[in-house]
Every structure is written in structure tokens, then in C-alpha cells.
Design a protein around this ligand. Structure first.
Ligand code: PA5
Length: 435
């Protein structure tokens, strides 16, 4: 995190004295997090202790995952927090998604195209549906499920179609829970106190991921490992608290209003989308009751190295200095290719002699870091020694924890999403429902 500090590296970063002055606040928010995490699944911040509470429910998830392995294709229907976490981990850990059975197909948007493609090209006999909605009533999810349920029933008959459906929803209420009970459909609960965007480490993410062989126990162990690293109320001994403190100070003291996550690794591109939702939906809120009260949160944006060096970097370097950069990199990659050069090629690219693709990716990351730093933008780099379930579990916990700390620093509730709910209700009204 060094380049988020001013520290003589020439960036418009935070002074260490500013973090020191924030110490009483940091102690307060840490204590609030500890208090509100106590009580397992009943706690307000139950999402931060899932590595402790989920293991008891893993046998049910693993049994369902085992059943799902008899299928070739699984439509995973869910939106936002009910989709992005599994999608991100799936992209990171399943290297050639189409090549393995079963294959996951994430049907997130209400746009009919992907659903049409799924139905046209799959056999119902070999397909299953996992429908995920915590509230059990989100219309984008519900509608896609209804269409696939009809397709399964038309192809297989009502009775057989039932065995191709898995519902993940609130344990006690909502349309989906009602359906699961009435029609005796396989179902798993979303812990009531865990909100959508914090739910990747519940059945919401764990069932689809386990079905395709992701080591979900390692994911949880990774989360536990990061949580164990974050027990101090001093930011220098707690990376999640330090991250939250620095981003908070960069926003409120240095007017850094855009936070860009830029993985230099294709498998982490969707992790950026998961972070984008987590940060925006949790922190983008009014801080007081009055319309002119300063709002909370930095706008999260994702970019991909090296691709966006050929596009966004122009703006990063010459437009407003209102940005914070988080680069992600992986040290040991399974794939790495030597660059084959003939005598002729070597004349044009002598500097590539003996190099591998990974060397070039790394050089490009270093170059971007350097120009970003020289331009004055605060930045940090998170390096994963390797990309596996344990490392992803750590990253998930780090960002969830930092988001909750940041929410507490801003004095807002990081778990609700009133504006998103307003949008959902308005759409229902425009369709002729609600009041
Ligand atoms: O994080 C959130 O709360 C949202 O993104 C929800 O996950 C999303 O709106 C879907 O809600 P549900 O799971 O109730 O269908």
C-alpha cells in the first residue's frame, strides 16, 4: 500500500500523521465491527464470519453439488450479488469453462439473448437450473427461472423436471421459498443476515462453484486466513483497516473520487466487477439527511492490464487527478510461453530475446505503475503468489472487511441499498404492479 502514502514518492497521497490522527476513529470502527460480528449467522455482520459458520452447512452444499455433476449444463440464474461472486471465482479458477462438464452458464440480465441461446443449444435431459435470489422475488431472476422451468417441464414432464431445479433463497419467506416448499424442490438457504453482495461464501456462490469442482473449503480457509490477519485495531497490523482508512482519507482529504481496480491478469477481470458492485452499492450513499450533505464513497471503476493501457491510460495520465489505482498481479502463473524469435524477428525485437509472455506482462505493469506514480496518482499493488481458491478467499475477505470498515468510517450503513430497492420497486410499478 506504500504508494497510497505521500512518503516522498511524489504522489498526492495520505500523510502518515493523518492516519495517526484518525486512530481513535479507527479504534471505534474496529470495535463496532468486532461487536457486530459476534453471534455467527445472527450477527449484523454475519458476512464477515462465514468461514466459521458455513462449515456446518457444507455437507448439504456438497451433496447438492454432487447431484449437479450428473448434468452437462447448468444455468445459474441470479443478478447482482446473487451472481457476481460466483462468476468472478469461476472465471479465476476454471481455466477453460466450456471444456469441462458440467458447464456453468450465468444468466444474469433480463435480455433474452443468452437465455435463447441456452435453450436452443442444450438438451433439457442434460441440463439443470440453479435459481438464486435472496429476496426470492427479483423479477429478472424470477422471469428467467419461469421460462427455463417451462422449458424443462415441456421437455421432461413436470415430475422429472423437478429434479433438475435447485433454489437458493431465504430460509423462511418469499415466492421462491414458497415454491420450494409447495413443490418439494431441492433448495438451500441464504443466511437471512447476509446481503447479496456479501454472499459469495454462502450457498449462493458455493453451490455452483462446488458443482464445477472448485475447492470451496479452501475458499473459506482463505477467508479465515485473512480474517485472522485483521484482528488489530491498529491499521499497520490490519490490512483491511488500513485499506479502508487510506481510501477514506484519500476521498475526504485529497478529493480522490474514483477508485480504479486494474488486474494484470485475465482471470481476475470479473473479480474487478465483483469489487465494483461491493464498493458502489455499499458505500455510495448520502452521509446525512440533507440533500447537500457530502456523499460517501469513491466511484469504483475496473480496467484490465495490459488492454486498457491502449485505451484508458491516456485519460489516467492527462485528465483529472481524482483517481486511486489498485493493481492486481499474480506471481506464479501456470501458463507462460517463451517468445519464439527467428534471426529476422530478433533484429526488430532484440529486447525480447529469451523472454516469456509473463516477463512482458510484468514489465508493462511496472511501466504503468511508474507513470501513474510520476503523474501523482496514489496507487497500490496487491500481488498474489498464485491464483487458487485460498488466495481468492483471502481477497474476498479483505475487500468485504475493508468495505464494512469504510462504511463505518463514513458513518453510513454498508449493508443496505435503498436506491437499488427504489429502482426495483419503480420497475414493478411501471409494469403495472405495486402501489
Ligand atoms: O447486493 C445486493 O443486495 C443486490 O445486488 C442483490 O444481490 C440483487 O439485487 C439481487 O437480489 P436477490 O438476491 O434478492 O434476487
Amino acid at each position: 500500500t506504500a504508494r497510497l502514502y505521500r512518503d516522498g514518492v511524489g504522489v498526492e497521497g495520505v500523510d502518515r500523521t493523518e492516519v495517526e490522527a484518525l486512530a481513535p476513529e479507527l479504534r471505534r470502527v474496529h470495535q463496532a465491527l468486532v461487536d457486530k460480528s459476534a453471534g455467527g449467522l445472527n450477527a449484523e455482520f454475519a458476512c464477515l464470519t462465514l468461514h466459521d459458520s458455513m462449515p456446518a452447512t457444507l455437507p448439504a452444499i456438497e451433496t447438492a453439488a454432487e447431484q449437479l455433476r450428473r448434468f452437462e449444463d447448468i444455468a445459474v440464474i441470479g443478478i447482482g450479488g446473487s451472481s457476481l461472486g460466483a462468476k468472478a471465482v469461476h472465471q479465476a479458477l476454471v481455466d477453460e469453462p466450456g471444456a469441462h462438464r458440467p458447464r456453468l452458464h450465468f444468466l444474469e440480465n433480463i435480455d433474452p439473448r443468452n437465455l435463447d441461446v441456452f435453450v436452443r443449444n442444450r438438451s433439457a435431459e442434460k441440463s439443470a437450473v440453479i435459481c438464486i435470489s435472496k429476496s426470492g422475488g427479483t423479477i429478472e431472476t424470477g422471469i428467467q427461472y419461469l421460462i427455463l422451468r417451462e422449458w424443462l417441464e415441456q421437455q421432461l414432464g413436470k415430475d422429472k423436471a423437478r429434479r433438475h431445479q435447485y433454489l437458493i433463497t431465504d430460509p423462511a419467506q418469499g415466492w421462491l421459498r414458497d415454491l420450494a416448499t409447495r413443490e418439494d424442490l431441492a433448495s438451500l438457504p441464504v443466511p437471512p443476515r447476509v446481503g447479496g453482495r456479501y454472499s459469495v461464501l454462502t450457498a449462493v456462490g458455493l453451490l455452483p462453484l462446488a458443482a464445477v469442482g472448485v475447492d470451496i473449503r479452501a475458499l473459506l480457509a482463505g477467508s479465515a486466513a485473512n480474517a485472522a490477519r485483521c484482528v488489530s485495531d491498529n491499521p499497520s497490523g490490519n490490512p483491511a483497516l488500513e485499506l479502508a482508512a487510506l481510501f477514506f482519507l484519500l476521498d475526504t482529504r485529497r478529493h480522490k473520487r474514483v477508485s480504479i481496480m486494474m488486474p494484470y491478469a485475465d482471470p481476475l477481470q470479473l473479480f474487478g466487477d465483483w469489487y465494483r458492485q461491493l464498493w458502489a452499492e455499499s458505500l455510495g450513499k448520502r452521509r446525512g439527511a440533507r440533500a447537500d450533505d457530502p456523499p460517501a464513497g469513491t466511484l469504483p471503476v475496473t480496467a484490465l492490464g495490459t488492454v486498457d493501457q491502449h485505451s484508458q491510460l491516456q485519460m489516467y495520465l492527462e485528465s483529472r487527478r481524482d483517481k486511486i489505482f489498485s493493481f492486481l498481479a499474480i506471481d506464479q502463473r501456470e501458463s507462460n510461453r517463451r517468445i519464439p524469435l527467428t534471426e529476422h524477428d530478433r533484429k526488430y525485437f532484440p529486447y525480447l530475446d529469451g523472454k516469456h509472455m509473463q516477463d512482458v506482462l510484468e514489465a508493462e505493469l511496472q511501466a504503468t505503475r511508474q507513470v501513474i506514480t510520476e503523474t501523482g496518482h496514489p496507487n497500490m499493488t496487491l500481488r498474489l503468489s498464485r491464483l487458487d481458491a485460498h488466495a481468492l478467499g483471502q481477497l474476498i475477505d479483505l475487500y468485504q472487511r475493508a468495505t464494512v470498515y469504510a462504511g463505518l468510517l463514513y458513518g453510513i450503513n454498508p449493508l443496505d441499498q435503498p436506491a437499488v430497492e427504489k429502482g426495483k420497486q419503480l420497475a414493478i410499478r411501471l409494469l403495472g404492479g405495486g402501489r
